[in-house]
Each structure stands twice: as structure tokens, then as C-alpha cells.
Design a protein. Structure first.
Length: 88
């Protein structure tokens, strides 16, 4: 159910990182690493499975929205995820 804005102390803008702000030019990242970076965590941060699932739910749309600025690399091995990086 909706709640009035007045119930919140602060309402900052809903800004998301651009690929240039989030990713290093010469690196490729898994969706798991991107999910952590979007939350200000280190790429190898130890998080529980439930939290990781929630972060992935945010990261997938971010990748899709920024697809024009990203490149994709197929997994190097069948048990490895794909990789994403900046196009530039």
C-alpha cells in the first residue's frame, strides 16, 4: 500500500552508476561482481545467498539498461558465468 512521502526523513534521487563510473576499462566482471559494485561493495565481498539473490535482481536490469555501453564475453569454462565490461 502506498505511503505518504512525508513519512520519510530523506528522499535522495534514484541515481544509478554508469558503466564508466562503476567498471574499470580493462576489466571484465561477472553479474555477481557487478551486483556487489552497485551496492558499493568489493567484488569479492562475502555475502549470504539471500542477499546475493536480491543484488542480482538489481544488477540484471542495470546490465540490460546499459547494454549499449557494455561488451560481453562468453564463459571460459562451462561452470563459469559470462563476463561484462565497458565497451570503450
Amino acid at each position: 500500500m502506498p505511503v505518504p512521502k512525508s513519512e520519510f526523513e530523506s528522499l535522495p534521487p534514484c541515481d544509478f552508476y554508469t558503466p564508466a563510473e562503476l567498471l574499470e576499462t580493462d576489466q571484465m566482471y561477472t553479474i555477481y561482481e557487478i551486483a556487489r559494485l552497485l551496492q558499493g561493495l568489493e567484488t569479492d565481498a562475502d555475502i549470504d545467498r539471500e542477499t546475493e539473490d536480491i543484488l542480482i535482481d538489481w544488477a540484471i536490469p542495470w546490465v540490460m539498461t546499459n547494454a549499449d555501453d557494455l561488451v560481453v564475453a562468453e564463459p571460459r569454462d562451462e561452470d563459469e558465468p559470462g563476463y561484462y565490461g565497458r565497451k570503450d
